[in-house]
Design a protein around this ligand. Structure first.
Ligand SMILES: NC(=O)c1ccc[n+]([C@@H]2O[C@H](COP(=O)([O-])OP(=O)(O)OC[C@H]3O[C@@H](n4cnc5c(N)ncnc54)[C@H](OP(=O)(O)O)[C@@H]3O)[C@@H](O)[C@H]2O)c1
Length: 275
């Protein structure tokens, strides 16, 4: 049954259409009225999320694990977001035309239904964008592409004042300071975003941003796809990168599905952790 996935937990044995599996997942949120922050990664069995790519300076999601079905779920999570969290690295890579895609929601026809769904729900056509950066090396021209969306720059108080002025000039980006260092301390992030009315915040950056969110006790839920293959490699990214987390950050299992059809020949499990 190629268009379905098999539920392993909490109600094993049921089949669900893959399409719209993650849509509506965030309808009911905890009642604390704070932004609810969720993230999503696809990894191999040996925990790789990115490997060096031929002809590129940066790493990319390995083609052996990237797949349309996981990408659809990624877009469904974005369809529910009021705000995306991305990184300065994304905009630099985008300037070097190495970024793997535009920021969601995707404009491809296959996501027409998701864009229409947002409008039906009374959401803005596209989620706003928050950029984590300590270096503030963000090419200005890359921001033009997102003119219709509100752009925030999330950085620490020690960030370079001149670069901050340039990025915030003419209302290009609104600055939110989190923490007294150059890097973001995410322990006050939710409180700082709350006045803007954001409830669903989707972190689509990489392992350092995820580590920052976890260290600041700001991550609520993780959607984690595991492609059932081994990639090896000595130079790789995994999905959390930073100092050891002590105590370990607990993420209880909420749901798990088996998708036997993709990637071809191995399949993947789709797991949801956290609250
Ligand atoms: N398989 C997957 O699901 C998946 C998902 C996401 C990413 N990836 C891959 O993972 C690789 C690494 O991702 P990445 O480098 O974008 O992500 P990242 O490790 O999260 O960090 C990228 C940038 O985010 C900013 N940042 C991170 N923590 C910060 C903090 N505490 N304070 C201020 N700024 C902070 C920094 O920007 P500045 O340098 O501007 O200061 C940093 O360079 C990429 O190859 C990407 O394609 C894979």
């Amino acid at each position: 049954m190629a268009d379905t996935v098999y539920e392993l937990y909490p109600h094993p044995g049921r089949h669900h259409p893959l399409k719209n599996l993650y849509l509506d997942q965030l309808r009911t949120l905890p009642t604390d009225n704070l932004p609810f922050i969720y993230s999503n990664f696809i990894a191999s069995l040996d925990g790789r999320i990115a490997l060096p790519a031929k002809g590129r300076r940066s790493h990319q999601v390995p083609p052996a694990i990237a797949n349309d079905r996981d990408w659809r779920l990624f877009q469904e999570l974005a369809a529910q977001a009021d705000l995306l969290i991305t990184s300065g690295r994304y905009f630099r890579q985008s300037a070097a035309t190495e970024s793997q895609s535009e920021l969601p929601l995707g404009k491809a026809r296959e996501f027409d239904d998701l864009r229409a769904w947002r409008i039906e729900q009374g959401l803005r056509p596209q989620p706003d964008i928050a950029v984590f950066s300590a270096s503030l090396d963000i090419p200005l021209e890359t921001l033009d592409h997102y003119r219709g969306r509100r752009l925030f720059l999330i950085t620490g108080r020690q960030a370079d004042a001149d670069k901050l002025r340039t990025l915030s000039a003419a209302g290009r980006m609104q600055v939110i300071h989190c923490g007294d260092q150059r890097e973001v301390d995410a322990s006050t992030l939710k409180q700082q975003l709350q006045p803007y009315g954001y409830r669903r915040v989707y972190a689509i950056a990489g392992p350092s941003v995820l580590h920052t969110l976890v260290s600041g006790q700001a991550l609520d839920r993780l959607y984690h796809s595991t492609a059932h293959c081994l990639l090896g490699g000595k130079e790789f990214d995994t999905f959390v990168w930073g100092e050891q987390l002590q105590p370990a950050f607990a993420m209880p299992l909420r749901a798990m599905y088996l998708d036997s059809s993709s990637p071809p020949g191995c399949g993947q499990t789709l797991a949801v952790y956290g609250r």
